[in-house]
Ligand binder design. Sequence first.
Ligand code: MRU
Length: 309
Amino acid sequence: MKTLEWKDGELVLIDQRKLPDSLEYFRCRNYRDVIYAIKNMVVRGAPAIGVTAAFGVAMAELAGEDVEAAAEEVKASRPTAVNLFWAVDRVMKSESPLDEAITMYREDMETNRAIGRHGAGLIEDGDTVLTHCNAGALACVDYGTALGVIRAAWDEGKRLTVICDETRPVGQGARLSVWEMQQEGIPVKLIADVAAGYLMQTGMIDKVIIGADRIAEGGVANKIGSLMVALAAKRFNVPFYVAAPMSTFDTENPIYDIEIEERDPAEVLYYGGCRIAPRGTEAINPAFDIVPSDLISGIITEKGILDPL
Ligand code: MRU
């Protein structure tokens, strides 16, 4: 099963809220279900959000609903990953939203394999690679971007170890990236986010590869915590790569002008359903941060390895 699948007029998603404890599916029967799924992170990760949104618009059209209004509602589901806006605009310009969504679904799989091929050459036999959040199969239709590079290097026979940052507050690294690597049999270890700097200082990390939610003039927006990893990588001379499709590039807005999503403070105040701070504590919960271009060694895309903007 892929992260998302179009089946009998419904969009079936792996319910990522339930992983790694159970593999369950969430059926979107209309575009409102798609909006719910994106907002509540049933599906997440920039490329997966984009393709899901495309199917959402297609469902509105198939149901004879007001497609323009549906497209605007879908676009309002999450603000930071530019793939969402790119995907909705693309299906809206097409003659058949469903055919276009299916094309985008297929393209996503091909794109990730091309990213993997380009990126695998950066990884040496024996490398230990740190990744943050989940830029894997679960963040795309399949294969992944940052984890796609790791998969491709592994398939070339390179021995490597993956270090996953836990990725507080939602735990995409611990719950999703570790799970994906275990499914593939790729050696993986989990660290608390706060350990990344120490591991780099002590020479335990050879490379960092992360995904992106938006790449624009000035830098890259990605999961909160990416900036801290990039700063430590620069300080300790660890190459820091971003892997992403060309659909993640935003050529219209400088990076510091984009909206960084603020999520429910409860994500910070609770962990696994348990409150971790005194009652009445206020929390700040930005979901993304910005890695300035000068901290980035290269951007691995389906077209090759590019300089940051
Ligand atoms: O809030 P999320 O889980 O949607 O954030 C995901 C990330 O930050 C990923 O690194 C990014 O979308 C790249 S996915 C290939």
